[in-house]
Write a protein that binds this ligand. Structure first.
Ligand SMILES: [Zn+2]
Ligand SMILES: [Zn+2]
Length: 255
């Protein structure tokens, strides 16, 4: 069974999705899910991107099994591994995605992250921070959406740009291989042909450097987004010779 390994339900500050609705959609598609709620202590602004691990576990544990795993998406921040590991120790999470959402404490979602700064400057800082955080957070299972910045960067060509940033992207991929961290294939941008073409270069390079596994994740915050572009994603993974996997009880499972 294929798994959508990146899903946000109502335990995430930016989602109202009910587990029952998510599970219903997944059952109709014949796929499994991993719930990965936001845990981001450093998130600036109004929304509280934290949740109570015991309550999460109590609420969803009855559904946990061969087609549902319970995980978290941890916002990575320099110098905070102790705090974050203490959080993760409060429930027997199945999977931990580590994600870079913030640069200098500001969400890349916000236009202020790019004000008066060149793409070269922001992107090299982004990839450098990501490589450093993967090594610092070597205990995470998966790196979430390597192309998060491309969703929001206000530049004419916001893609990952493997050729331009080869040195820095290779730093990220090497950190993944060195720490046995799996690279997620986030399906959010796969509908865009150019975005997909640029991502293929990154995932092929990941294979060249020794990476063998990917998780597939829609990053759904609503039922309609579950399993988005999954047929494309499976072809993508096969073309890059990467094996789709998921995690259960912090152990990798081949799909
Ligand atoms: Zn994320
Ligand atoms: Zn997410």
């Amino acid at each position: 069974m294929i798994f959508d390994s990146h899903i946000h339900t109502r335990f995430s500050a930016d989602s109202d999705m009910l587990a029952i609705d998510a599970l219903d959609v997944a059952a109709r598609q014949g796929i499994g899910l991993v719930f990965t709620e936001h845990i981001d202590f450093d998130y600036p602004g109004e929304l509280d991107f934290t949740f109570a691990p015991q309550e999460y576990w109590r609420t969803y544990e009855p559904y946990r099994g061969s087609s549902l795993a319970l995980g978290a998406e941890l916002g990575l921040a320099p110098g905070q591994t102790k705090r974050d590991q203490a959080f993760l120790a409060q429930a027997p999470f199945d999977a931990v995605i580590g994600s870079v959402h913030l640069l200098d404490g500001r969400d890349l979602y916000n236009a202020s992250s790019y004000e008066a700064r060149s793409q070269q400057e922001v992107y090299t800082q982004y990839y450098t921070a990501m490589a450093d955080l993967i090594r610092e957070y070597a205990f995470i299972d998966v790196l979430g959406h390597i192309d998060y910045i491309c969703r929001y960067a206000p530049y004419a060509q916001p893609g990952v740009h493997y050729e331009l940033f080869r040195e820095w992207i290779d730093g990220v991929l090497q950190a993944l291989v060195d720490t046995d961290t799996v690279l997620e294939l986030n399906t959010r941008r796969l509908g865009d042909r150019l975005a997909m073409k640029e991502l293929v270069a990154v995932y092929k390079r990941y294979y060249e450097l020794g990476g063998r596994y990917v998780t597939l994740g829609s990053d759904a915050h609503t039922p309609e987004a579950i399993g988005a572009s999954f047929a494309l994603a499976q072809d993508f993974a096969a073309a890059c010779r990467l094996q789709p996997v998921t995690f259960f009880a912090r152990k990798m499972v081949c799909l």
